[in-house]
Write a protein that binds this ligand. Structure first.
Ligand code: ADP
Length: 522
């Protein structure tokens, strides 16, 4: 394995190693360039996949899954335990790859690596507890023995976006695989190598080679073919694509979990620790250049502290260091590509012409790289500005003064999304506000990192921000079918032929009454 990468093309051998891990036929298939956003230059290519590649991937994964499902959880766990260690051991190379593909800064790349280690450790530590058979109280005490069993779904489809391609490339696959499934994954075409290097480390750790398949290609063709064949679909991406996929798998009555868009609010109460607010806001808004589904895009501030927060926050943002490269000192990297740069610029330009005030940023930085855009803070954003309600998915946040916390909560909830929300306040105020926020994750005195990294608790979106949850027991058990096995002994559920139906019904009624009083029924 290589130690580090440069900002240039991937070394040939390394590229070939990664390409050989895809299920794609390579001969005549079209090559699609993968570009480094830092420079706008190609770093390698992948093959454009189609239906036959997806068919082959499912065939191979299904074959491998038969035996994998018979492997005891203790045996499966050992592989992921080694994978955890390999991820940490090769972390510098992994950060290089993900920075090269996405143009993010090093700290955002490190977040991805650590997230994989944290999630993997959690599922290794808890897999047996979640997956082992559970004895449940039966229909009739003592007479009925009931067991809840978890059976793998089969082969799970995984479709992921470009923004966190290491983390999203593997951390949903880990619980799916540990639960006994195969996986067929489709990474975004902009960032295939991060997913492939994860598969390489999984195989190095001992995963059966064909169990996890990666097919590269377009969303519609490869993603659509995966949705047509998988036994469960895990999707992370836009609400628009989530709807298409939801319809597709719904038609086949196949399970679906999706983490989609957000327009995430953050509230600053007048009793907040303002030094802490100022220290945390840049990460909450500008990690990964704001290209993060849980990133903060709206800030509502109680009027008593509005001026101070705005003045100090803007001063800090103006001093943020931007740049291309692998150095730790860079605080914000590039956007991923021209389409993202155009999208972010259009949102800000439209808000400006609608009357918004640009407090800082608001322009591209071609001097740093082709897709850089300054961290941008806006105020006085009118209703007619699209970015008031639509997700920018870039380094753009607006601030608004509110007369009360009730008003802040009303505005925070006034959205079709419900992914992440945050409140900075005294602990007591914060807890009260948190209960009123309509979001799947709520940070108190934290933007999003604490909810994300608290992997024992399921996380996902309310409203149009998603379906289902990742992390926690749910994040693993959704990849299983429940088998309810009930063993009936000595007494039939139908009663006895020796007593009439009427007598039996009266006996059942008495038993239910007495059972309730004695609390011997579940
Ligand atoms: P983003 O805006 O974050 O790129 P998308 O929803 O467009 O979000 O893309 C997320 C993932 O979904 C990518 O891997 C993309 O290729 C895939 N995708 C896009 N359109 C479809 C589709 N119609 N069917 C299946 N997958 C798709």
């Amino acid at each position: 394995m290589l130690k580090r990468l440069s900002l240039g093309p991937l070394p040939k051998n390394f590229l070939n190693t990664l390409l050989n891990l895809t299920a794609n036929a390579q001969g005549d298939a079209e090559k699609i360039k993968v570009e480094a956003p830092f420079t706008g230059k190609p770093i390698g290519y992948v093959f454009d996949g189609g239906q036959v590649d997806v068919d082959r991937a499912f065939e191979l994964s299904r074959q491998a899954q038969q035996q994998w499902a018979q492997t005891p959880v203790t045996g499966r766990k050992k592989i992921f335990d080694r994978f955890h260690d390999l991820v940490l051991k090769h972390r510098e190379l992994l950060m290089d790859i993900v920075q090269l593909e996405t143009g993010k800064n090093r700290a955002s790349a490190a977040d991805e690596v650590f997230d994989i280690a944290i999630t993997t450790r959690f599922y290794v530590n808890n897999a047996a507890k979640f997956l082992n058979d559970k004895k449940r109280p039966g229909a009739l005490p003592i007479v009925t023995r009931t067991t809840q069993q978890h059976v793998p779904k089969g082969v799970v489809g995984q479709i992921t976006p470009w923004n966190y391609p290491l983390t999203l490339g593997v951390s949903d696959a880990v619980p799916a695989l540990l639960a006994g499934n195969g996986v067929v994954a489709k990474p975004d075409l902009a960032t295939p190598f991060s997913c492939l290097i994860m598969v390489k480390l999984l195989i190095d750790a001992g995963l059966p080679p064909h169990l996890m398949q990666v097919v590269t290609g377009s969303g519609e063709v490869v993603g659509g073919a995966i949705a047509d064949q998988c036994d469960f679909l895990m999707f992370t991406g836009s609400t628009k694509t989530g709807r298409i996929l939801g319809r597709q798998v719904g038609e086949r009555l196949v399970g679906f979990s999706a983490e989609l868009g957000g327009k995430n609010p953050l509230i600053v109460a007048k009793d907040a620790d303002l030094d802490h607010v100022i220290a945390e806001l840049p990460q909450a808004c500008f990690s990964n250049s704001g290209q993060l589904c849980v990133s903060i895009e709206r800030i509502y501030i109680e009027e008593e502290v509005y001026e101070e927060v705005v003045e100090r926050f803007v001063r800090g943002v103006q001093q943020m260091s931007l740049g291309a490269g692998f150095e730790w000192s860079v605080e914000m990297g590039s956007l991923i590509n021209q389409a993202q740069l155009d999208r972010v610029s259009e949102f800000v330009d439209q808000a400006k012409s609608a009357g918004a005030t640009v407090l800082c940023g608001g322009k591209a930085r071609p001097d740093l790289g082709p897709y850089f855009y300054e961290p941008t803070v806006l105020s006085d954003v009118p209703e007619s500005a699209a970015l008031r309600t639509e997700e920018v998915f870039g380094p753009v946040v607006f601030m608004e003064k509110v007369a009360s916390l009730e008003m802040a909560v009303t505005k925070a909830n006034d959205t079709s999304y419900g992914l992440n929300a945050s409140v900075f306040a005294s602990p007591e105020t914060g807890r009260g506000v948190a209960r009123q926020l309509e979001a799947g994750g709520v940070g108190i005195n934290d933007g999003y990192a604490a909810t994300w990294a608290s992997v024992s608790t399921p996380l996902g979106g309310m409203k149009q921000s998603g379906l289902g949850r990742r992390h926690g027991a749910e994040g693993m058990l959704k990849y299983t079918e429940i088998r309810n096995v009930a063993e009936q002994r000595w007494v039939s559920m139908r009663g006895s032929a020796k007593i009439s139906r009427k007598v039996y019904a009266d006996t059942v009624a008495t038993a239910l009454r007495v059972g309730k009083i004695l609390k011997i029924l579940p």
